[in-house]
Write a protein that binds this ligand. Structure first.
Ligand code: SAM
Length: 370
């Protein structure tokens, strides 16, 4: 495979902030690496074909403390290159980027569209946007950086030949389609509550609809405004939970939670169902399903020594049964990989997923936030 440095011309280091964050096995969270204190480690991170976490907890956690959740990053270089290939950016294009982050991707876009093109990069976090603006200015890249919620797009500079999301969405914002040229292209990480996700490439049609196929598997941080939430039932609720059993095997469970296999399809079949998996011990994984909007929840504890597993369920939805049925559907459909699925967004914003061809086996997806 070609090295990412041959696919992306803009150097990465000038866009990476002096403090970045790395997985910390000791705490289970993220700890800061400072360029001034650990020059070697910082440079290793910049050179690796890996994402670099540049902010945690929306900027609320200072260096020295433990970060809980990445909230901004510089994406994995080879994936950035794949996304730009899918976007098919040409000289002179006008491009809207949602999720400006470090500005590295925006700089590469500016290089690809040339002086007659235009890049508008929207970043929701004011501090991240200020650093992005500064890095682009210092590098001499002509990019308009807007501090705003990118789900609304940026109508003032529309229409755009290309729209690229660099944070995952569950639903395609109407504004992105409305602000794209008819016959424009939208590329974005797209996932469900259950599974995050795939690289979706949509063609925008003259009638205001858009459709396209899923591609590479990926896990991107989610846009603010489409993040997920989970339930932690109290002891009383747990005591009142329905208890059943399942004879699904451990390999079947792994297919159900591995996004390269059944999980992507399950997410498309079971809306509003957030999957969490916790490793409690080397032989004990806990799978939980959460729908905060209806206060429905399910838990299965996978213990390697068992063959029958207990299922706890709470609330009006029977989330385990929905997921189990969706897994059965995936098996019956010949175990389709994520790239056999696609999405159509109708003119009125309705989303439908399909298998193999638009309109063949299709089903509606809910788009309203829970
Ligand atoms: C994976 S990073 C983007 C990587 C970036 N393109 C780069 O080259 O460094 C995702 C970014 O999306 C931003 N973001 C999240 N929700 C957003 C929203 N609703 N509108 C605009 N930006 C958003 C985050 O603050 C974060 O900086």
């Amino acid at each position: 495979m070609t090295d990412w440095r041959e696919r992306i011309t803009v150097p990465r280091a000038p866009f990476i902030p002096p403090v970045v964050w790395v997985d910390d096995a000791a705490t289970g969270g993220f700890s800061a690496v400072s360029r001034d204190d650990d020059h070697v480690r910082w440079h290793e991170l910049v050179e690796a074909d890996e994402p670099i976490i540049t902010q945690v907890d929306d900027g609320r956690t200072p260096p020295g403390a433990t970060g809980l959740r990445p909230s901004s990053s510089c994406s994995k270089p080879s994936l950035v290159a794949d996304m730009l290939d899918a976007l098919d950016v040409r000289l002179g294009h006008r491009v809207l980027e949602i999720g400006g982050g470090t500005g590295w991707n925006a700089a590469e876009l500016a290089t690809r569209v040339g002086p007659r093109g235009q890049i508008v990069s929207i970043e929701v976090d004011p501090d991240v946007a200020a650093a992005e603006r500064q890095a682009l200015r210092t590098g001499g890249y002509d990019v308009v950086v807007i501090t705003a919620d990118g789900l609304a797009g940026h109508a003032r500079e529309a229409p755009y030949d290309r729209v690229i999301g660099t944070a995952a969405v569950r639903a395609i914002p109407r504004a992105w389609i409305d602000q794209a040229h008819p016959r424009g292209v939208i590329v974005t990480p797209w996932g469900t509550d259950y599974c995050n996700g795939t690289l979706l490439r949509l063609d925008v049609h003259d009638d205001g609809s858009a459709s396209g196929r899923c591609g590479t598997n990926l896990a991107f941080m989610r846009v603010r405004g489409q993040r997920r939430d989970y339930l932690e039932p109290g002891d009383d609720e747990l005591r009142g939970a329905d208890r059943t059993t399942t004879a699904r095997s451990i390999p079947e469970f792994f297919e159900m939670i591995a996004y390269s296999r059944a999980a992507f399809a399950i997410g498309l079949r079971v809306p509003r169902c957030y999957l969490t998996v916790e490793e409690l011990a080397p032989d004990h994984r806990r799978i939980e399903l959460h729908d905060v909007s209806s206060r429905s929840w399910a838990r299965v504890d996978l213990l390697r020594r068992n063959e029958i597993f207990e299922v706890h369920q709470i609330g009006p939805r029977r989330l385990w049964e929905e997921v189990d049925a969706a897994y059965g559907w995936w098996l019956d459909s010949g175990r389709p990989a994520p790239d056999r699925f696609g999405l159509t967004v109708a003119e009125n914003g309705d989303h439908s997923a399909w298998l193999d061809e638009p309109g063949e086996a299709s089903w509606p997806l809910p788009v309203a936030a829970p």
